[in-house]
Design a binder for this molecule. Structure first.
Ligand SMILES: [Zn+2]
Length: 441
């Protein structure tokens, strides 16, 4: 067994990172060619190791007639077989390319897509490298001196701990592990903690930011008096119009962060709010036609498929996220050259009305622009429906009348192009875990 200090040295050093990146971990200004050269070398390393050490990946590659030597260019990633959620569900240890004894941590999926649990095991080294990879601490723009209220779930899920690690170890900031409505972290207590500790950064989900704002309002605390530099919203999708409501209530800029339990951080929005910069230093993102499995060109919408580049012990190769999106390779107006990912919802969550599929966030965008509509709502979907049924609270001070329901229905129909009906209710139940915006009845 290596000594503790040997272990620390091994963990802290990565020849691959040292070869390509500056010591300060900048990637925002790095030439793309250099990043791509890094990606190719990292991909070869991951694939070779998976082939040699993981019976699961070796079996899949053999069945597909591909070997690590076939990866000669980045595009060759498309020769590799996909990894699916169902495969990960078969066995908690299925991706292991290391000894089971070396696993330091196991995260559990939040289960939003249904089905059996997905477990994501990590070795100590991979876990730290994966989020502290070059770029990420810069892209979230958190600095020493920042006080970060981390109101993401720490239990089971990876999100709380992942940001804890990025902010505390990567950005050298102060972290408050507030959690998200866990046994010891009610919204009320979290608001008191914010009053006492005056965070400059808040990290949470769009819906929990609303729950916190309601708890603050209940005790007459104006969140806009906090010295916030920025909010980070993640964990659930949300429309720009919903985000604007959040920004107004909290009095700060709110940027989105896109990640998944299985793949880690996959996209970081800059202040321009024009897509998510892909942290190429640890993930290779492809867009694939969900029906034909063909790799799509920039601008074409398809399923987001990810390969983790710095995860050697429990590799994730061509993982199908079931999320939809497209890539824009053009340089962003913020100046960062990293390509941007645009999200288009989740495959399983699309709403079908009269034979047309809608992303719930597309519909939310128009719904949240109606000032009489409150911050809590549900789209109620039944099979074969030819109308969009919206169950919603109304904004404070607005009276619920049949005339208002009629007017909102015709306004929304004008925007989205399908018939709508409104059910105005006193209260939508607040979520205990992830928000349910689409109810199938
Ligand atoms: Zn940008």
């Amino acid at each position: 067994m290596p000594s503790f200090f040997d272990e620390l040295r091994r963990t802290a050093k990565s020849p691959l990172l040292e070869k390509y990146f500056e010591p300060d971990g900048t990637v925002e200004t790095m030439p793309l060619e250099r990043l791509q050269a890094f990606q190719l070398e990292a991909l070869k390393t991951v694939v070779t190791r998976a082939y040699r050490r993981s019976p699961f990946y070796r079996g899949k590659m053999e069945a597909a007639g591909v070997q690590p030597e076939d990866i000669k260019a980045l595009e060759d990633v498309s020769k590799l077989p996909f990894t699916t959620k169902d495969e990960l569900r078969q066995d908690p240890w299925i991706t292991l390319a290391c000894f089971k004894d070396d696993i330091a941590l196991v995260h559990v999926a939040t289960g939003t897509t249904g089905g059996k649990e997905i477990y994501v095991p990590w070795t100590w080294r991979d876990f730290y490298l994966h989020e502290l990879t070059p770029g990420l601490p810069h892209l979230v723009d958190v600095k020493p001196g920042d006080i970060c209220l981390n109101a993401l779930p720490y239990e089971m899920s990876s999100s709380g701990l992942a940001f804890h690690k990025v902010f505390m170890s990567g950005c050298k900031a102060t972290v408050i592990p507030a959690g998200k409505a866990g046994a010891y972290s009610t919204p009320e207590k979290t608001v008191r903690v914010m009053q006492d500790l005056q965070p400059t950064i808040v990290m949470t989900t769009p819906s929990y930011s609303m729950q916190l704002s309601e708890a603050a309002e209940a005790i007459g605390f104006d969140l806009r008096t906090l010295p916030l530099r920025r909010m980070w919203l993640t964990g659930e999708g949300c429309s720009f119009a919903f985000r604007e409501r959040v920004e107004k209530i909290w009095g700060t800029k709110a940027n989105f962060y896109y990640g998944s339990l299985e793949g880690g951080g996959l996209g970081v929005e800059c202040d321009e709010h024009r897509g998510y910069h892909i942290p190429m230093s640890h993930v290779l993102v492809e867009i694939v036609d969900p029906e034909t499995d063909r790799v799509l060109e920039p601008g074409e919408i398809g399923e987001i498929v990810v390969t983790c580049l710095l995860r050697w012990d429990t590799p994730l190769i061509r993982y199908r996220t079931q999320d939809l999106g497209y890539i824009d390779p053009d340089v962003c107006t913020c100046g960062i050259a990293l390509p941007r990912l645009f999200l288009r919802g989740r495959r399983v969550e699309q709403i079908e009305i009269g034979g047309i599929e809608f992303s719930p966030f597309y519909l939310e965008e128009f719904l949240m622009k109606l000032p009489e509509v409150g911050n809590w709502y549900q789209f109620v979907v039944s099979s074969g429906a030819d109308k969009l049924h919206v169950r919603t609270e109304v904004a404070p001070g607005v009276e619920k009348t049949p005339e208002l329901a009629e007017r909102l229905a015709s306004q929304l129909e004008f925007s989205v192009g399908v018939p709508c009906e409104f059910e105005l209710v006193d209260r939508i139940p607040r979520p205990q875990s992830k928000t349910i915006r689409v109810v199938r009845e």
